[in-house]
Design a protein around this ligand. Sequence first.
Ligand SMILES: [Zn+2]
Length: 159
Amino acid sequence: MLGTTHALFAILFGSIYIQYFGITDSFLLQILFAALLLLGAMLPDLDSENATISKQHPTASKLVRAVSMHRGIMHSIIIPVTIYLISFYLIPKFVDIPHVLTYGLLLGYVSHLAADALTIGGLELFHPISKFKIRGFVKTGGKLELLIASLIVVYLLVF
Ligand SMILES: [Zn+2]
């Protein structure tokens, strides 16, 4: 999926999260939540040379591509699970980070995987443990993706 569609998916996931769990009163944390939400949604595509995030951060992308093929480990559930474990079990031993920030990053990341799972290319959700592939029928940059992106915009405006 295109970067814009990933951003929309992330905003959708974030808004549903806020609807059900609420959000902190702190304006600073709200801004950081939104920033991490979008960052999480862009991170997986560091494994693709042509992605916007890779053009903005070529060195980071090169490092990632040295260890990961496109839609390899970066598009595996292993990464968000690892982020979760580090954020909730390791980091709190040293510093206190508000949970809402971790949730922002994780929601963005998971929204990216969910969106890519809808594409024809699909993704190996448990890479490299299993080659099991989840795939849909959406062509990246195609009309159906545009329709889905438009529907998300409508949802965000109406609800
Ligand atoms: Zn992707």
